[in-house]
Design a protein around this ligand. Structure first.
Ligand SMILES: [Zn+2]
Ligand SMILES: [Zn+2]
Length: 198
């Protein structure tokens, strides 16, 4: 049975927080840690499931991220191979941030795909390994989400940004100009700032 639906608020830690899903895969000690013992290291054995977990802190990018505690919809398949367990899936998140041109709030849904092999043993520097048959998906989830998010979020691909003179959003008022009229009280200052460097 696949579990779908939001989890009650609050952190959940501990074996069996979800009860049984898909024939006995338990979530243990942290939302993104999975017990792979059910696969018994038998090549070709696989388990798939869907669940919704709370986003950990700092998921995403500084400019565009997934709010902590917001739902992460996870589709995950764990498959026993010769040398380890292959984790394949998609994490769907709702990211929020600001347009880099006009600072307006931007919200969007993203899907991050991942496929990662967790070795049974002897993981090298850039490899992942199971720990006592437990698979910690969090680093893989983080990478998948970061790759899925735009590094320069825009409210609109054509966003004209802000007026350099007054800071108004040009999308709201595309034709506005400040002309050449400058308050005479500022003209001296203008001359000062425009004076070529000596
Ligand atoms: Zn914008
Ligand atoms: Zn302006």
């Amino acid at each position: 049975m696949a579990v779908r639906g939001t989890i009650d608020a609050g952190p959940f830690v501990g074996r069996g927080s979800f009860g049984a899903f898909d024939e006995g895969l338990d979530v243990i000690s942290g939302p993104f840690v999975f017990d792979t013992q059910v696969l018994r290291r038998r090549v070709g054995t696989e388990k798939s499931f869907e669940l919704v977990l709370d986003a950990p802190a700092d998921l995403g990018l500084p400019v565009f991220g997934v709010p902590e505690g917001s739902p992460v919809e996870l589709e995950l398949r764990l498959e026993a191979l010769m040398e380890g367990v292959l984790a394949t899936g998609t994490a769907s998140v709702h990211a929020v941030g600001e347009c880099v041109r006009c600072l307006r709030d931007v919200e969007e849904d993203f899907d991050g795909d991942f496929q990662e092999l967790y070795l049974y043993e002897d993981a090298g520097e850039d490899e992942l390994a199971l720990e006592d048959e437990y698979l910690d998906l969090e680093p893989v989830l983080r990478d998948a989400v970061v790759l899925a998010l735009p590094h320069n979020p825009l409210c609109d691909p054509e966003c004209p940004g802000l007026c350099p003179e007054c800071g108004a959003r040009l999308a709201d008022d595309p034709d506005h100009t400040h002309g050449d009229a400058i308050d005479p009280r500022w003209s001296t200052l203008t001359q000062l700032t425009e004076r070529p460097e000596e």
